[in-house]
Design a protein around this ligand. Sequence first.
Ligand SMILES: CC(C)(COP(=O)(O)OP(=O)(O)OC[C@H]1O[C@@H](n2cnc3c(N)ncnc32)[C@H](O)[C@@H]1OP(=O)(O)O)[C@@H](O)C(=O)NCCC(=O)NCCS
Length: 195
Amino acid sequence: MEPKTRLEVTKKQANAIREVVKATKYIGPPYGNLSEVRREDAKDVLELFLDERVSGDVYTLPRPFSLQSVAAYIEGHMAESVAGEGLLMCSRNENGQIISLVDIQFWPELSACEFGGVIAYAYQSQSFGSKGIVELCNWVFEVVGIKLLVMTTSLKNVRSQKILTRIGFTQMGEIESVRPDGQTRRSLYWELEKD
Ligand SMILES: CC(C)(COP(=O)(O)OP(=O)(O)OC[C@H]1O[C@@H](n2cnc3c(N)ncnc32)[C@H](O)[C@@H]1OP(=O)(O)O)[C@@H](O)C(=O)NCCC(=O)NCCS
Protein backbone atom coordinates (compact mmCIF):
# COMPACT_ATOMS: atom_id res chain seq x y z
CA MET A 1 0.00 0.00 0.00
CA GLU A 2 1.21 3.51 -0.84
CA PRO A 3 -0.35 6.89 0.03
CA LYS A 4 -2.82 8.22 -2.56
CA THR A 5 -1.83 11.82 -1.81
CA ARG A 6 1.74 12.62 -2.87
CA LEU A 7 3.11 15.57 -0.91
CA GLU A 8 6.19 17.44 -2.12
CA VAL A 9 8.99 16.93 0.38
CA THR A 10 12.56 18.22 0.28
CA LYS A 11 15.50 15.83 0.75
CA LYS A 12 16.32 17.64 3.97
CA GLN A 13 12.80 17.08 5.37
CA ALA A 14 12.86 13.39 4.38
CA ASN A 15 16.27 12.91 6.01
CA ALA A 16 15.08 14.60 9.20
CA ILE A 17 12.16 12.12 9.40
CA ARG A 18 14.52 9.16 8.87
CA GLU A 19 16.81 10.36 11.66
CA VAL A 20 13.95 10.60 14.19
CA VAL A 21 12.67 7.13 13.26
CA LYS A 22 16.17 5.61 13.48
CA ALA A 23 16.68 7.08 16.95
CA THR A 24 13.32 5.91 18.35
CA LYS A 25 13.49 3.06 20.85
CA TYR A 26 10.78 4.37 23.18
CA ILE A 27 7.77 6.67 22.80
CA GLY A 28 6.90 8.20 26.16
CA PRO A 29 4.36 10.63 27.65
CA PRO A 30 2.48 12.60 26.45
CA TYR A 31 2.61 10.38 23.34
CA GLY A 32 2.04 7.01 25.04
CA ASN A 33 4.28 4.43 26.67
CA LEU A 34 5.60 2.28 23.85
CA SER A 35 8.88 0.41 23.62
CA GLU A 36 10.48 -1.31 20.67
CA VAL A 37 9.60 -4.99 20.23
CA ARG A 38 12.71 -7.16 20.73
CA ARG A 39 13.75 -10.54 19.36
CA GLU A 40 13.04 -12.17 22.71
CA ASP A 41 9.39 -10.99 22.50
CA ALA A 42 8.62 -13.37 19.61
CA LYS A 43 6.82 -15.95 21.79
CA ASP A 44 4.58 -13.30 23.43
CA VAL A 45 3.80 -11.69 20.08
CA LEU A 46 2.91 -15.08 18.59
CA GLU A 47 0.51 -15.70 21.48
CA LEU A 48 -1.16 -12.35 20.80
CA PHE A 49 -1.55 -13.09 17.07
CA LEU A 50 -2.89 -16.61 17.59
CA ASP A 51 -6.03 -15.05 19.12
CA GLU A 52 -8.15 -14.28 16.03
CA ARG A 53 -10.17 -11.75 18.08
CA VAL A 54 -6.92 -9.78 18.09
CA SER A 55 -5.35 -10.52 14.70
CA GLY A 56 -8.36 -11.50 12.56
CA ASP A 57 -8.91 -8.09 11.05
CA VAL A 58 -5.33 -7.01 10.35
CA TYR A 59 -3.92 -7.73 6.89
CA THR A 60 -0.26 -6.83 7.50
CA LEU A 61 0.52 -9.56 10.05
CA PRO A 62 2.91 -12.44 9.20
CA ARG A 63 0.48 -15.22 8.29
CA PRO A 64 0.54 -18.14 8.71
CA PHE A 65 1.58 -17.53 12.32
CA SER A 66 4.51 -19.48 13.73
CA LEU A 67 7.50 -18.70 15.91
CA GLN A 68 9.57 -18.46 12.71
CA SER A 69 7.19 -16.11 10.87
CA VAL A 70 6.85 -13.85 13.92
CA ALA A 71 10.62 -13.82 14.51
CA ALA A 72 11.15 -12.84 10.84
CA TYR A 73 8.46 -10.14 11.21
CA ILE A 74 10.29 -8.66 14.23
CA GLU A 75 13.64 -8.93 12.46
CA GLY A 76 12.18 -7.19 9.37
CA HIS A 77 10.98 -4.30 11.52
CA MET A 78 14.38 -4.00 13.18
CA ALA A 79 15.90 -3.60 9.71
CA GLU A 80 13.23 -0.99 8.81
CA SER A 81 14.05 0.87 12.02
CA VAL A 82 17.75 0.99 11.08
CA ALA A 83 16.73 2.42 7.68
CA GLY A 84 14.35 4.93 9.32
CA GLU A 85 11.35 3.45 7.51
CA GLY A 86 9.45 1.46 10.10
CA LEU A 87 8.92 0.71 13.77
CA LEU A 88 7.31 -2.11 15.73
CA MET A 89 6.36 -0.87 19.19
CA CYS A 90 4.45 -2.41 22.09
CA SER A 91 2.92 -1.49 25.41
CA ARG A 92 2.98 -3.77 28.44
CA ASN A 93 0.87 -4.25 31.55
CA GLU A 94 2.22 -4.11 35.11
CA ASN A 95 3.44 -7.73 34.76
CA GLY A 96 5.48 -6.91 31.68
CA GLN A 97 3.06 -8.77 29.40
CA ILE A 98 2.57 -7.25 25.91
CA ILE A 99 -0.96 -5.86 25.68
CA SER A 100 -0.78 -3.86 22.47
CA LEU A 101 1.36 -3.74 19.38
CA VAL A 102 1.69 -1.05 16.73
CA ASP A 103 3.39 -1.36 13.39
CA ILE A 104 4.33 2.03 11.90
CA GLN A 105 5.35 2.25 8.26
CA PHE A 106 7.04 5.48 7.16
CA TRP A 107 7.48 6.95 3.68
CA PRO A 108 9.99 9.74 4.51
CA GLU A 109 10.11 10.96 0.88
CA LEU A 110 6.34 11.59 1.04
CA SER A 111 6.32 12.79 4.66
CA ALA A 112 3.73 10.08 5.23
CA CYS A 113 3.13 7.11 7.51
CA GLU A 114 0.61 4.36 8.28
CA PHE A 115 -0.26 2.61 11.56
CA GLY A 116 -1.52 -0.89 12.06
CA GLY A 117 -2.27 -1.98 15.59
CA VAL A 118 -3.72 -4.70 17.76
CA ILE A 119 -4.85 -4.74 21.37
CA ALA A 120 -5.05 -7.91 23.49
CA TYR A 121 -8.66 -9.09 23.74
CA ALA A 122 -8.93 -8.46 27.51
CA TYR A 123 -8.06 -4.79 26.92
CA GLN A 124 -10.30 -4.08 23.91
CA SER A 125 -13.33 -1.73 23.95
CA GLN A 126 -12.02 0.19 26.98
CA SER A 127 -10.85 3.28 25.05
CA PHE A 128 -7.19 2.19 24.86
CA GLY A 129 -7.37 2.24 21.05
CA SER A 130 -8.98 5.69 20.90
CA LYS A 131 -6.40 7.16 23.28
CA GLY A 132 -3.43 5.34 21.72
CA ILE A 133 -4.19 6.42 18.15
CA VAL A 134 -4.61 10.09 19.15
CA GLU A 135 -1.28 9.97 21.03
CA LEU A 136 0.49 8.38 18.04
CA CYS A 137 -1.02 10.91 15.60
CA ASN A 138 0.34 13.68 17.82
CA TRP A 139 3.75 11.98 18.00
CA VAL A 140 4.19 11.56 14.24
CA PHE A 141 2.98 15.10 13.52
CA GLU A 142 4.73 16.93 16.37
CA VAL A 143 7.92 14.90 16.89
CA VAL A 144 8.65 13.00 13.66
CA GLY A 145 7.62 15.81 11.29
CA ILE A 146 5.11 13.73 9.31
CA LYS A 147 2.53 15.70 7.30
CA LEU A 148 0.25 12.89 6.05
CA LEU A 149 -1.21 9.88 7.84
CA VAL A 150 -2.83 7.04 5.90
CA MET A 151 -4.80 4.13 7.31
CA THR A 152 -6.81 1.19 6.09
CA THR A 153 -9.63 -0.57 7.92
CA SER A 154 -11.65 -3.60 6.98
CA LEU A 155 -15.21 -2.84 5.89
CA LYS A 156 -16.58 -4.41 9.07
CA ASN A 157 -14.18 -2.87 11.61
CA VAL A 158 -16.65 -0.51 13.26
CA ARG A 159 -14.38 0.42 16.17
CA SER A 160 -11.48 1.51 13.96
CA GLN A 161 -13.85 3.40 11.65
CA LYS A 162 -15.38 5.25 14.62
CA ILE A 163 -11.94 6.22 15.93
CA LEU A 164 -10.70 7.52 12.56
CA THR A 165 -13.93 9.44 11.90
CA ARG A 166 -13.80 11.11 15.30
CA ILE A 167 -10.14 12.14 14.85
CA GLY A 168 -11.01 13.74 11.50
CA PHE A 169 -9.64 11.27 8.93
CA THR A 170 -11.22 11.52 5.46
CA GLN A 171 -12.49 8.27 3.99
CA MET A 172 -11.23 8.09 0.39
CA GLY A 173 -12.77 5.01 -1.16
CA GLU A 174 -11.78 1.36 -1.10
CA ILE A 175 -8.59 -0.51 -1.97
CA GLU A 176 -7.64 -4.18 -2.24
CA SER A 177 -5.35 -5.26 0.61
CA VAL A 178 -3.12 -8.32 0.18
CA ARG A 179 -2.05 -10.41 3.17
CA PRO A 180 1.42 -12.03 3.32
CA ASP A 181 -0.28 -15.42 2.77
CA GLY A 182 -1.77 -14.11 -0.51
CA GLN A 183 -5.39 -13.68 0.67
CA THR A 184 -7.03 -10.42 -0.35
CA ARG A 185 -9.69 -8.27 1.25
CA ARG A 186 -11.43 -4.99 0.48
CA SER A 187 -10.35 -2.16 2.79
CA LEU A 188 -11.54 1.36 3.41
CA TYR A 189 -8.71 3.84 2.76
CA TRP A 190 -8.36 6.90 5.01
CA GLU A 191 -6.09 9.95 5.13
CA LEU A 192 -5.41 12.75 7.61
CA GLU A 193 -3.21 15.73 6.82
CA LYS A 194 -1.49 17.72 9.55
CA ASP A 195 -3.60 20.78 10.46
C1 LIG B 1 -9.75 -1.84 16.74
C2 LIG B 1 -9.14 -1.52 18.09
C3 LIG B 1 -7.73 -0.94 17.88
C4 LIG B 1 -10.02 -0.46 18.75
O1 LIG B 1 -9.51 -0.13 20.02
P1 LIG B 1 -10.42 -0.31 21.32
O2 LIG B 1 -9.66 0.18 22.47
O3 LIG B 1 -10.91 -1.71 21.36
O4 LIG B 1 -11.67 0.64 20.98
P2 LIG B 1 -12.26 1.82 21.85
O5 LIG B 1 -12.71 1.32 23.18
O6 LIG B 1 -11.30 2.95 21.86
O7 LIG B 1 -13.56 2.19 21.00
C5 LIG B 1 -13.50 2.83 19.76
C6 LIG B 1 -14.92 3.18 19.32
O8 LIG B 1 -15.68 1.99 19.11
C7 LIG B 1 -16.80 1.94 20.00
N1 LIG B 1 -16.91 0.55 20.42
C8 LIG B 1 -16.21 -0.07 21.41
N2 LIG B 1 -16.57 -1.38 21.44
C9 LIG B 1 -17.48 -1.55 20.47
C10 LIG B 1 -18.19 -2.69 20.00
N3 LIG B 1 -18.02 -3.89 20.55
N4 LIG B 1 -19.06 -2.51 18.97
C11 LIG B 1 -19.22 -1.29 18.39
N5 LIG B 1 -18.57 -0.18 18.79
C12 LIG B 1 -17.70 -0.33 19.81
C13 LIG B 1 -16.48 2.90 21.12
O9 LIG B 1 -17.65 3.41 21.75
C14 LIG B 1 -15.70 3.97 20.37
O10 LIG B 1 -16.62 4.76 19.62
P3 LIG B 1 -16.87 6.30 19.92
O11 LIG B 1 -15.58 6.99 19.58
O12 LIG B 1 -17.97 6.67 19.02
O13 LIG B 1 -17.17 6.35 21.39
C15 LIG B 1 -9.04 -2.78 19.01
O14 LIG B 1 -10.34 -3.23 19.33
C16 LIG B 1 -8.28 -3.95 18.38
O15 LIG B 1 -7.06 -4.03 18.50
N6 LIG B 1 -9.01 -4.85 17.68
C17 LIG B 1 -8.40 -6.02 17.04
C18 LIG B 1 -7.39 -5.64 15.95
C19 LIG B 1 -7.88 -4.58 15.01
O16 LIG B 1 -9.00 -4.60 14.54
N7 LIG B 1 -6.98 -3.62 14.75
C20 LIG B 1 -7.24 -2.45 13.91
C21 LIG B 1 -6.91 -2.67 12.50
S1 LIG B 1 -7.20 -1.18 11.57
